[in-house]
Design a protein around this ligand. Sequence first.
Ligand SMILES: NC(=O)c1ccc[n+]([C@@H]2O[C@H](COP(=O)([O-])OP(=O)(O)OC[C@H]3O[C@@H](n4cnc5c(N)ncnc54)[C@H](OP(=O)(O)O)[C@@H]3O)[C@@H](O)[C@H]2O)c1
Length: 239
Amino acid sequence: MESLQDRVVVITGASAGIGRATAQELIGAGARVVLGARRRERLEAIEAEHPGRAIAVEMDVRVPADSQRLVATAIERFGRVDALVANAGIGMYGGILDNTDAELETMLDTNVAGTVWPIRAAVPAMIDAGAGDIVIVASVAGFRGGADEAVYAATKFAQVGLAGALDRELREQGIRVTTIGPAGTSTEFAMGAGRTEDMPELKTYLQPEDIAFAIRTVLEQPRRLRTQYWTIWSMAQGS
Ligand SMILES: NC(=O)c1ccc[n+]([C@@H]2O[C@H](COP(=O)([O-])OP(=O)(O)OC[C@H]3O[C@@H](n4cnc5c(N)ncnc54)[C@H](OP(=O)(O)O)[C@@H]3O)[C@@H](O)[C@H]2O)c1
């Protein structure tokens, strides 16, 4: 196991859900984190809890310059970037005709381009260092599309394809690329799809802390190992 003590991890989508839980988990393991998302006040609340170990950066993953600023902040304030957790994402469910063009454009841009821009920003520092970790939070929907989530699944398949290609491109430079594929997880995202808190299947859902644990485990692997794909279900969830 490699210690996370003082390692510098950039996390997108850190203001809520899986990203926020990951920030807390990694800080607890000794890491320093740079937190990106649009809701600054939520990021600042985490920063205030962990002075000197967490930095809030208001940013939008759809904007390439924002990702450059996020990574530049890590380098200016902490001197390096050891890992990127590309986690920011949105989901919209419904049949192929159910969402507006604008809604689908936003999801495609956030989930696909919004994964590419932070990676392009972080890779040069990792190449210079000869080591790094890129963890992409995709979904089980990126391995098998389900009904009423076709475009969401397409964005998650895109992340899986990106990760596989990057693994082949960057491994020899010491950069590990891992895809985490959570099943349904109890976050604002899960509740935002027309569900209500009393729906029985929500009781079977993973907790964001379960995914944070997986991300920590991936980052703590000895550097001679890499995990390419890790799909995660609760024991109560059928696959
Ligand atoms: N929950 C599930 O059931 C589930 C299952 C499988 C995979 N996932 C994946 O897990 C990831 C995290 O989702 P979650 O469940 O934790 O959802 P969440 O609680 O809604 O959190 C989503 C995060 O993404 C950020 N975000 C969204 N659009 C952004 C943008 N344009 N720029 C910057 N940040 C943005 C949000 O921050 P701001 O709004 O503050 O910008 C928030 O921090 C997503 O990629 C999702 O597809 C979730």
